[in-house]
Design a protein around this ligand. Structure first.
Ligand code: G6Q
Length: 569
């Protein structure tokens, strides 16, 4: 689909971000609404769940030959089959009733138009603005953010083009052969996942490396494999203060300067920064001309669409990076415009909530039948668990029901030979998302046919199960079935459809967060980790154990006193 076609209907549906219209507001301080479990819709779902727990999907399929096509949505060739779920039309009606009662549509409007829905940090949540066309208007604090977004995109295009076409040269006038992204969490997982997912489109000369862990092994092993004269470091950090990233960046800088006998002029040719913190970038020694900014209304785990996406633009080229944004924008439009009953992120969000809150499901499996998507489960783990892993709502009230699930997964078919056993026959109900692409960029023998046969077989087996009669009367071999799954299917896992898929999950997370009443856009657990690590580091020199519990104190002493002798080895 062309960009123009994508941009014909821009979100939001009510046109609040259209030309000239002022959109920035703050969330009004009105009395908090009822919590979702205080609403009659929640009670009705609870009663309905009791009935549905005695319903087998086998019977639902037997009674409705159209079920497999009725419960499916196609958005521009991105197909979602959600028919293998323990649900009926009544279930969907009740779930959508709950979404409406919780004003999902109102919250969606607020997010897209730049209201400060990240209430604990008093910030707008506008990763969707990063993929909108330049002519749109989205205001934050009275300022249209779109010119800034597109100016940075323009600079990203110039820079990534120059690295790819070899006009960007290192200090000794050599082309770049290796790009090392140094970042962690949201400044690593997204670009890393996408670069891996789109490896078939990668530039032939340029190898991509992602260093995140503060464990020196990560940067050390990476540096061993590269040449300082042909390496470009991207220091990716929204705050430019994160301990791990700064430690790795300093090590990389020392390594480079060591090679160039301390000549700091080399830094400008081998370092760029992707950040919101210009003073800290300058303090580090990176020229502002090599800094690509974004704003605080881009959350770390939602930032691959911003300057944080630079490694993607370098690896696959800016045009394809743009296609990734366009795909995400197409999903944004679908999310804003499709009726809730036919809205992919809404349906997936509601089904996840259905199992989490009414069936006691604690986890969800992400199962991409695509080796290139091997980092997708890790990426979605952060996106979902950091966003909705919370128990206090946006008004400070403690929730009485479970929220964000535990996410895990591995590419198929590997997982089949490992943890699928528990999904098939274990005590836990684990809803699964199967993801597959009909075409492959690696056509080797009949491998792809084998792969696709497996992705068809597994959801079917999870749904049908196997009876005692069919198991040779052996109870060990009985499969109860009735294990829910969704299948996401695309013709090609190209940048456009990958963008659609990532945005689909972003909005699924939003749907659940808004119904639960959470703020998915802060991360106080991450902030706590950052503070605690500093506290221990501050005790190191004096071996200061005051205020530590006895377990931490003993561990600290053992490490502290034996540390030096290991260092000296
Ligand atoms: C993401 C989180 C977290 C963050 C990292 C890196 O939403 O806030 O994973 O991305 O802690 O932070 P910096 O980009 O500031 O280094």
């Amino acid at each position: 689909m062309s960009n123009e076609a994508v941009n014909q209907n821009i979100p939001p549906k009510n046109g609040a971000a259209k030309s000239g219209k002022k959109t920035t507001k703050t969330v009004k301080k009105t009395p908090p609404p009822p919590m979702p479990d205080e609403r009659p819709e929640w009670g009705a779902l609870g009663r309905h769940a009791q009935k549905m727990k005695n319903t087998h999907m086998r019977d639902l399929f037997a009674n409705d030959p159209e079920r497999g096509t009725r419960y499916a949505i196609d958005v521009e060739g991105f197909y979602c089959d959600f028919s293998k779920n323990i649900m009926t039309d009544e279930t969907l009606d009740l779930l959508i009733g709950l979404a409406r009662a919780c004003d999902l549509e109102g919250w969606r409007e607020k997010m897209f138009t730049g209201e400060k829905i990240n209430v604990t940090e008093n910030r707008a949540v506008l990763h969707t603005a990063l993929r909108r066309p330049a002519e749109d208007i989205v205001e934050v604090d009275g300022e249209n953010v779109m010119p800034f977004v597109h100016e940075v995109l323009g600079r990203m295009q110039q820079f990534s083009d120059s690295v790819r076409n070899g006009t960007w040269r290192g200090f000794t006038d050599k082309e770049v052969t290796d790009v090392v992204n140094i970042g962690i969490g949201g400044s690593d997982l997204g670009p890393y996942m996408v670069c891996e997912a789109l490896k078939p489109f990668a530039h032939e000369r340029i190898r991509m490396h992602f260093v995140s862990n503060v464990d020196g092994a990560h940067i050390d092993e990476t540096l061993k494999a590269i040449n300082p004269e042909t390496t470009l470091f991207l220091i990716a950090s929204k705050t430019f203060t994160t301990q791990e990233t700064m430690a790795n960046a300093q090590t990389a800088k020392s390594w480079l300067l060591n090679h160039y006998s301390g000549d700091t002029a080399a830094i400008a040719k081998h370092f760029a920064a992707l950040s919101t913190n210009e003073p800290a970038v300058q303090d580090f020694g990176i020229d502002s001309a090599n800094m690509f900014p974004f704003k605080d209304w881009v959350g770390g785990r939602y930032s691959l669409w911003s300057a944080i996406g630079m490694p993607i633009a370098i690896s696959i080229g800016f045009d394809r990076f743009r296609q990734l944004l366009d795909g995400a924008h197409a999903m944004d439009r679908h999310f804003c415009e499709a009726p809730l009953e036919r809205n992919m992120p809404v349906i997936l969000g509601l089904l996840g909530l259905w199992y989490r809150c009414f069936f006691g499901a604690q986890s969800t499996a992400i199962l991409p039948y695509d080796q290139h998507l091997h980092r997708l489960p890790a990426y979605l783990q952060q996106a979902d668990m950091e966003s909705n892993g919370k128990q206090v709502d946006r008004y400070g009230r403690r929730l009485r029901f479970p929220t964000g699930p535990i996410l895990f997964g591995e590419p198929g078919t590997n997982g089949q030979h490992a943890f699928y056993q528990l999904i098939h026959q274990g005590a836990a109900l684990i809803p699964c998302d199967f993801i597959a692409s009909i075409s492959t960029r690696n056509p080797v023998g009949n491998h792809h046919q084998l792969l696709l046969s497996n992705v068809l077989a597994q959801p079917r087996a999870l749904m049908n199960g196997r009876s005692l009669a069919d198991s040779g009367k052996d109870p060990q071999k009985v499969f109860e079935g009735n294990r829910p799954s969704n299948v996401l299917l695309v013709d090609h896992m190209d940048p456009y459809h990958l963008g659609m898929m990532i945005a689909l999950y972003e909005h699924k997370i939003f749907v659940q967060g808004m119904i639960w009443g959470l703020n998915p856009y802060d991360q106080w657990g991450v902030e706590l980790g950052k503070v605690l690590a500093k506290d221990v580091l501050g005790r190191w020199d004096e071996a200061q154990c005051d205020g530590l519990d006895s377990s931490t104190a003993e561990l600290f002493k053992r490490i502290r006193f034996r540390f030096q002798s290991w260092q000296d080895l």
